[in-house]
Write a protein that binds this ligand. Structure first.
Ligand code: SF4
Ligand code: FES
Length: 211
């Protein structure tokens, strides 16, 4: 076991796990979105999980930093919160805030993050997202709504890890990026339960079950 300190609490963690997992396992919350427990190769794309570590020159992402003996981690400094707020505002600026019409309302992880970090769902610093109206209904078991997607990549990365093969991929570039389903070769069945794992992993209402 590794012994480290998070916000001055002594924590014991299994060797090889991330600072993010060690903190969450000890009920110390660090904002996060693109990471999912047991993920093999975190993409660190949401940039929400910044922490400061004594002796390191700049904040680091907790999901990609492995615990070390006697490490001193600080999750609640002004620098960390400022970085986290900026990251959340960027995510929100690529998302159509329409909570009243969204099935994830009141259970959406974006709403929880905004509440925790005291960020408005429509931050004034960034241009308001212009909805595309794009809804991909090509999948037999779920629908994808681009305007609710924050491109966190859980349905691409974590869903692949949980199912042993990719079920979604990113397509397009820049502001035109979307996620799109990957279908099995002709003649092979599409596993409904595996597909619905992706719906459950989506932190917003972007993926919804059909029917
Ligand atoms: S569909 Fe959901 S899980 Fe997939 S990238 Fe968009 S927000 Fe993330
Ligand atoms: S949870 Fe670490 S960068 Fe997204």
């Amino acid at each position: 076991m590794i012994k480290l300190y998070i916000d001055n609490w002594e924590i014991h963690a299994t060797e090889g796990i991330s600072v993010l997992q060690a903190a969450l396992d000890s009920e110390i919350y660090i904002p996060n979105l693109c990471w999912v427990r047991e993920m093999t190769d975190p993409p660190a794309s949401c940039r929400l999980c910044f922490v400061e570590i004594a002796g390191r020159p700049a904040p680091v992402t907790a999901c990609t930093t492995i615990v070390e003996n006697d490490m001193e981690v600080h999750t609640d400094t002004e620098a960390v919160r400022e970085l986290q707020r900026t990251s959340l505002k960027l995510l929100l600026s690529a998302h159509h805030v329409d909570c009243g019409h969204c099935p994830a309302n009141k259970k959406c992880e974006l709403q929880n993050l905004a509440r925790f970090l005291k960020v408005k769902l429509k931050p004034a610093e960034f241009p308001t997202y212009q909805p595309t109206g794009l809804i991909d209904t090509s999948h037999p078991h779920l629908d994808y709504n681009r305007d609710r997607c924050v491109l966190c990549g859980r349905c691409v990365n974590a869903c692949r890890d949980k199912n042993g093969r990719p079920l979604f991929t990113f397509a397009g570039r820049g502001s035109e990026t979307i996620v799109t389903p990957l279908f099995p070769p002709a003649g092979q069945a599409l596993d409904k339960d595996a597909s619905l794992v992706c719906v459950d992993l989506c932190p917003t209402g972007a993926l919804t079950r059909k029917g």
